[in-house]
Design a protein around this ligand. Structure first.
Ligand SMILES: Nc1ncnc2c1ncn2[C@@H]1O[C@H](COP(=O)(O)OP(=O)(O)O)[C@@H](O)[C@H]1O
Ligand SMILES: [Mg+2]
Length: 249
């Protein structure tokens, strides 16, 4: 599904080169829910933005369903982003002037899809994520958790290969966070969605199948959940403690 091979990324500030990702390689399989953790500044957002090519990377390969996106032109990239990727951001990024239902439909409208199919897909997603009762409201009229579930529905409506989420629960209280994580789990279980989620929250991460831990631009460790979620939560906490970074940063 997603293969990242030998990814290098540096930033230049005042002509000083600063390496952020140093030879990062990993894979995410279809239908997998994978988390990325690591101290603040370890390169998590840089990794996500490199995968979507919102920022350029120095070298390496990124294969999305065997297509290398490293060399795509801007217009081809726009199609990949709309059709093959779904995005969920910390600050929701909903359009205030559109209803919840209309926000969910945006990727289909951009893709010029059939209206009847679009409406039926949007209605199904509203039902799946428990937001049918608010679909005619506007973003300012709903809670943070409802906004983020709207964003998850929007990310899924084009049936993308991969959902990229950067701190999706970062602005939410624990109850709303749980509802958003439940939405991801439903997407995985019922739509076979593949989810790649950056989070600093061990509780949210403990619902993942696997967690990649970044440190100083390298993969420090990969932890797999074998069975019990609360055991996985404990081993994530332990790993982050040993790693020393501020886990809440
Ligand atoms: N546009 C940029 N220019 C220069 N340095 C940057 C830029 N974006 C991020 N960085 C630096 O790269 C490092 C990794 O940042 P980031 O990927 O945002 O980390 P994380 O999401 O893990 O907190 C940080 O030290 C950050 O200051
Ligand atoms: Mg970040």
């Amino acid at each position: 599904m997603l293969q990242v091979k030998n990814l290098y990324k540096s930033y230049k500030t005042n002509s000083i080169k600063y390496d952020v990702l140093k030879n990062v390689s990993f894979e995410v399989c279809e239908g997998e829910f994978v988390g990325v953790m690591g101290p603040s500044g370890s390169g998590k957002t840089t990794l996500l933005n490199s995968i979507s090519r919102f920022i350029p990377f120095d070298s390496g390969e990124i294969l999305l369903n065997n297509q290398n996106i490293a060399n795509l032109k801007e217009d081809e990239l726009a199609d990949v982003r709309n059709e093959k990727l779904g995005f969920v951001f910390q600050d929701f990024m909903l359009l205030d002037g559109l209803t919840i239902f209309e926000n969910i439909c945006i990727p289909q409208i951009i893709g010029d899809k059939n209206i009847a199919t679009m409406e039926s897909s949007a209605n199904k997603l509203c039902e799946l994520f428990g937001i049918s009762h608010i679909k005619h409201k506007y973003p300012a009229e709903i809670s943070g958790g409802e906004k983020q579930r709207t964003a998850v529905a929007r990310a899924l409506i084009n049936n993308p290969f991969l959902i990229l989420a950067d701190e999706p629960t970062g602005n939410l209280d624990s109850k709303s966070s749980r509802a958003v994580i439940d939405a991801f789990i439903r997407a995985k279980d019922e739509l076979n969605a593949t989810i790649f989620m950056v989070t600093h929250d061990s509780f949210s991460a403990s619902f993942c199948d696997r967690v990649i831990v970044l440190k100083d631009g390298n993969i420090y460790k990969e932890l797999k959940r074998n069975g019990n979620r609360s055991d996985f939560f404990d081993s994530l906490l332990e790993t982050l403690k040993v790693l020393g970074g501020d886990k809440d940063a």
